[in-house]
Design a protein around this ligand. Sequence first.
Ligand SMILES: [Zn+2]
Length: 187
Amino acid sequence: MWFNILKVDRFARIKGKKGLYDPSDDTVTIDLDNFTSRGKNYDDEERTTEFSNVATHEYSHREYAKELNEAFDKALKELFDAHTSYSKGQGSIEDTENKFQKLLNYVIINEDFAYASEKTYKNLRIHDMTEGSTKSVFNQIIDWMRKQLPKEDILFERMVNRLENGIERGVGWRNSIFYEHKYLKRK
Ligand SMILES: [Zn+2]
């Protein structure tokens, strides 16, 4: 039923996530088993709201991807190039950090945009999860980067701490950017 209404591309198990938009094949996957409203304390209306929230969230990522994926990919590539140089003993950690910060700004705006499209309903309070989502993307990138390093690197770990602290602040100033984005879209 929902499959036809909201045109989710597939239902499948996704580790730790309710939904996922994959820009590589332009599909949205939903994992109903991870829904909060699966519990007995929730009614059908709440389940419907949660479903529509998750689908809306992922489709917001899809819309956003059309506008910004190129910029996002470019920022990601710049970060990987900077880190590759750094792990070979060339380049500086400051350069890597600047590139990472630029990428994080895109991630934060992207998540915030998607969460802002959701609505709340009774017990289903959708908290601002931007920070959590951003950190999950952040940790995946950091894991990849750490593996590239030939040995434990204190400068790298200090950078990780600074960026992690910065995410919280970044989520704080995100609103101005988000509203600007929304405003520009409307024009
Ligand atoms: Zn998201």
